[in-house]
Design a protein around this ligand. Structure first.
Ligand code: PLP
Length: 523
């Protein structure tokens, strides 16, 4: 008994007969008897409980992978077990993960990654010379010529140089300095790191962070985690989700009563709303940030995803410089890009960068210090970022194939953006603004009063109730608008346009049929 108890205490199981000649099973039975009485004897409670945990972490919500996605997982398991449903598969249109939706990787990017990962392939005739050249350059800049080594905390030097050269080209010659480039673990890491540095103060002087509503929920999640003050500014749904500077003025004026608004976050092109900001609007925002002494965060991860023929992507950095030295030497700006979106959709590599402008030199030191605690972003992600900013150019062996693949992905996305807008707008009780860019539709849905009551009875937000029903009846997984924020009394959902065209058509038809039935049921 004593021995069994001791073994249990040490986390061992008694396998062989002991010196007292008792059988394994009798020792196990004794051990289990000990286990049964253990709670009474234990002098210790768990240290980490829901009550004792960090309340800021508990407050974090992230709708894109929230309850609806857990439910989708349960339904998938039920389907695997042969349980009959009115559909045969779950379609995960909840997250902007292109390759999970069947998008083919860009060949050149994967070739360079394969070469960097397994350099013996550099001797293989199956790989083009331009891919080998990129891979050799990246490997030569890595410790021990290996992707498996740590890099500098700010990122591999030559990759930061390539990022700076890309930004300079993109912005028509406005110079970028590699010293201002920080390679990150996806854009998420850059955004949360810079917010971490920005948030300070207590009470009324706690940092206020202005974010668009609807927003990408990384922002509200990081703000909760840092115990900063979220300051909402509403995008104008009646005007294609445009950003209105008067609304920024209202938001900052009201926020000054209870916090110190210090940061203004912009998502352009927008997620979940898909709007692309005009140059004039960006100028107005920069002027506003200058006037109100706000640090600008420009989330530009969808910079390659612009579909409306009358829209163009303008980077905040370029517009800032074109507005003259009063702005370009004063306004503090951090902008973000990623390997996850665009035409490559390499979310899993976790590649990203951030460019900072007008950051105080001492703060740069603090930033590197903070980044160095995590050692470095994944070097494979840095390499993927390098290929995005340094793709094949005309005259190189891989250029034609690269161009074809890139245009095919972006061309398909543009078609799907229009298809989605047109189809949603044919459904009574659904209104969808044009998807000017990014990868999502965020249609407004009419939810009848009886459905709102039914949702309340289930203790659910009305749009969560709608999305749960949609999932249960059709297998389509979308995210309720309440996870992104929306004006009181309005309801939306977010759906990606990433499924292949034919599948997307089926998805849209199913949503249409579901919506019509839903309206009838709760009329
Ligand atoms: C607007 C926006 N910013 C940032 C991110 C984070 O991207 P990642 O961390 O994969 O680069 C996303 C991802 O969907 C996004 O939509």
């Amino acid at each position: 008994m004593q021995r069994a108890a001791a073994l249990v205490r040490r986390g061992c199981s008694p396998r062989t007969p002991g010196p007292w000649g008792r059988s394994q099973s009798s020792a196990a039975a004794e051990a289990s008897a000990v286990l049964k009485v253990r709670p009474e004897r234990s002098p210790r409670e768990r240290i980490l409980t829901l009550e004792s945990m960090n309340p800021q972490v508990k407050a974090v919500e992230y709708a894109v992978r929230g309850p609806i996605v857990l439910k989708a997982g349960e339904i998938e398991l039920e389907l695997q077990r042969g349980i009959k449903k009115p559909f045969t598969e779950v379609i995960r249109a909840n997250i902007g993960d292109a390759q999970a939706m069947g998008q083919q990787p860009i060949t050149f990017l994967r070739q360079v990654m394969a070469l960097c990962t397994y350099p013996n392939l550099l001797n293989s005739p199956s790989f083009p010379e331009d891919a080998k050249k990129r891979a050799r350059r990246i490997l030569q800049a890595c410790g021990g010529n290996s992707l498996g080594s740590y890099s500098a905390s700010q990122g591999v030097n030559c990759i930061r140089e390539d990022v700076a050269a890309y930004i300079t080209r993109r912005d028509g010659g406005v110079p970028a300095d590699p010293d201002n480039i920080y390679l990150t673990t996806g854009a998420s890491d850059g955004i949360s790191t810079i917010l971490k540095i920005l948030v300070s103060g207590g009470g009324k002087s706690r940092t206020g962070v202005m974010i668009p509503i609807p927003q990408y929920p990384l922002y509200s999640a990081v703000i909760s985690e840092l115990d900063a003050i979220q300051v909402n500014y509403y995008l104008d749904e009646e005007n294609c989700w445009a950003l209105n500077v008067n609304e920024l003025r209202r938001a900052v004026r009201e926020a000054k009563d209870h916090c110190d608004p210090k940061v203004l976050c912009i998502i352009n092109p927008g997620n979940p709303t898909g709007q692309v900001q005009s140059r004039k609007c960006i100028e107005d925002v920069i002027h506003f940030a200058w006037e109100e002494k706000l640090f600008l965060l420009a989330d530009e991860v969808y910079q390659d995803n612009v579909y409306s023929p009358d829209c163009r992507f303008h980077s905040f950095k370029k517009v800032l410089y074109e507005m003259g030295p009063e702005y370009s030497s004063n306004v503090e700006l951090a902008s973000f890009h990623s390997t996850s979106k665009g035409y490559m959709g390499e979310c899993g590599y976790r590649g990203g960068y951030m460019e900072v402008i007008n950051l105080h030199p001492e703060i740069k030191g603090q930033l590197v210090k903070l980044l160095s605690v995590r050692l470095c972003p994944p070097v494979s992600g840095q390499a993927a970022m390098d290929i995005v900013v340094n793709p094949p150019v005309p005259g190189e062996e891989s250029f034609e194939q690269f161009r074809r693949e890139k245009e095919s992905v972006l061309g398909n996305l543009a078609k799907k953006a229009k298809l989605t807008e047109d189809l949603f707008n044919q459904v009574p009780g659904i209104h969808c603004n044009p998807l000017q860019g990014a990868m999502y539709a965020f249609p407004r849905i009419f939810i009848p009063a009886k459905a709102v009551e039914a949702a309340q009875a289930h203790k659910m937000a009305p749009d969560m109730f709608y999305c749960m029903k949609l999932l249960e009846e059709t297998g389509i997984c979308v995210v309720p608008g309440s996870g992104f924020g929306q004006r009181e009394g309005t309801y939306h959902f977010r759906m990606t346009i990433l499924p292949p065209v034919e599948k997307l058509k089926t998805v849209l038809q199913k949503v249409k049929d579901f919506h019509i039935k839903f309206l009838e049921k709760y009329a």
